[in-house]
Each structure stands twice: as C-alpha cells, then as structure tokens.
Design a protein around this ligand. Structure first.
Ligand code: GRF
Length: 207
C-alpha cells in the first residue's frame, strides 16, 4: 500500500479527485496518510477533514527564518513516513533538503503542457493568461517528478486540452482541470502505486 502525503495551498479540487479515485478504485493500492497546507484557511484542509484524513497547517510565516521553517517542514513530513508526496496546488517552494530526501518520490501537477508556460512566475491563472496571450490552440496539464528546478523534473503524464474562441483564463483553467488535471493526477498515482513507473536517464518510463 503506497502511503501518500498531499500538499495543498488552496481549494483542493485535485486533492478531491485523488480522494474520489481512491474511493472508487481508480487508484488501487494507495492511501492518503496526511494532507499538509501552508494556509490554514485552505478549503483543501476541510476536504481532508470531511474524509477523516489527518491534516495540518505549517506556514513559513510562523517561523523566524526560512531555514527554521524548512527544517520543521521536513521533520513533519518525515513523521508521516510516506512513500510519495503529491503537490496539488502547493505554492511554497520545496526545500532542497526535501527534494534530496524524496528523490523521484515527489510529483507535481502543472496546468500546461510543459515546457510551455512553466517555470518561475507561471502559477495559477498566469499559466492560462500566458497560453491565451500566445494564442496556442492546445494547452493541457502535466504530471512530473519534482527536481531542483522549477517544473523541470521528469515528465510522467501529459494530456492536451483544446483552447476555444472566447476563452477567458478562468474558463480555460476550469476546462484544463476537468479534462486533464483531475484525470492524469489520479492516473499517475495509480501507476506509481502499482510499480509501473521507472526513471531512466532522467526520463519517466511507464511500463
Ligand atoms: C491547479 O491548477 C494545479 O494545476 C495548480 O494549482 C491548481 C490547484 O487547484 N498547480 P486545486 O487547489 O487543486 O483546486
């Protein structure tokens, strides 16, 4: 049974997709051990609560220094003894010590087809604003492993979504979530939980 921690900052619709996929068997052999947020008001925490999942808040704002936060954050995460960390709309930079300790065991969902509209500054609606400003006809979502860079780790799964005339960043964001994010994040977790993913030469391979 793969034990998972899900890290969230906001509404938690991706967290909900994972909870639902575990409940209906789309994800087999996995269990959410804890939900961790940097934001005590995140609705994602409520979703965890509603499903009887352990949930905590740890915020950089409550620490004297980033180093102190990073240390405590890693200790907290370690205390849950998870096999996989899922970043589902988590807006805090993952400390380098955590990336090293959880190599190829942290995944992130990004709302574009990486390497488009990713990297520093591309988060939330800004990703979709970028796609609309460039006039791309296809966008989508990507699940990737997290390495030291921003959105640079091995790509696990991607799914394309059409951009339509009249789209606003909000409309496009919603379509990308519904058609791509809520599908490929659970799918990626299922593949990992069932030993179907290997990382070879810096690339994720599905078996
Ligand atoms: C999603 O668009 C995800 O791709 C991005 O942050 C957003 C989180 O939304 N990384 P939610 O909290 O899962 O609803």
């Amino acid at each position: 049974m793969l034990k998972i921690a899900v890290l969230v900052s906001g509404g938690g619709t991706n967290l909900q997709a994972v909870i639902d996929a575990i409940a209906d068997g789309t994800i087999a052999n996995a269990k959410i051990e804890a939900v961790i947020s940097n934001n005590k008001n995140a609705y994602a925490l409520k979703r965890a609560e509603n499903h009887g999942i352990k949930n905590i808040c740890i915020s950089p704002k409550d620490f004297e220094s980033r180093e102190a936060f990073n240390r405590e954050f890693l200790l907290k995460l370690n205390s849950y003894q998870v096999d996989l960390v899922v970043l589902a709309g988590f807006l805090v930079v993952i400390p380098p010590e955590m990336i090293a300790a959880y190599k190829n065991r942290i995944i992130n969902i990004h709302p574009s087809l990486i390497p488009s509209f990713c990297g520093t500054g591309f988060y939330g609606l800004k990703v979709h604003e970028g796609a609309l400003a460039r006039g791309v006809k296809l966008t989508g979502a990507t699940v990737h492993f997290v390495d030291e860079g921003t959105d640079t780790g091995p790509i696990l799964l991607q799914k394309a979504v059409a951009v339509k005339e009249g789209d606003t960043p909000e409309i496009l964001q919603r379509r990308v979530m519904e058609e791509a994010e809520w599908k490929i994040l659970p799918e990626a977790i299922h593949l990992i939980a069932n030993g179907r993913i290997a990382v070879e030469d810096g690339k994720a391979v599905v078996r």
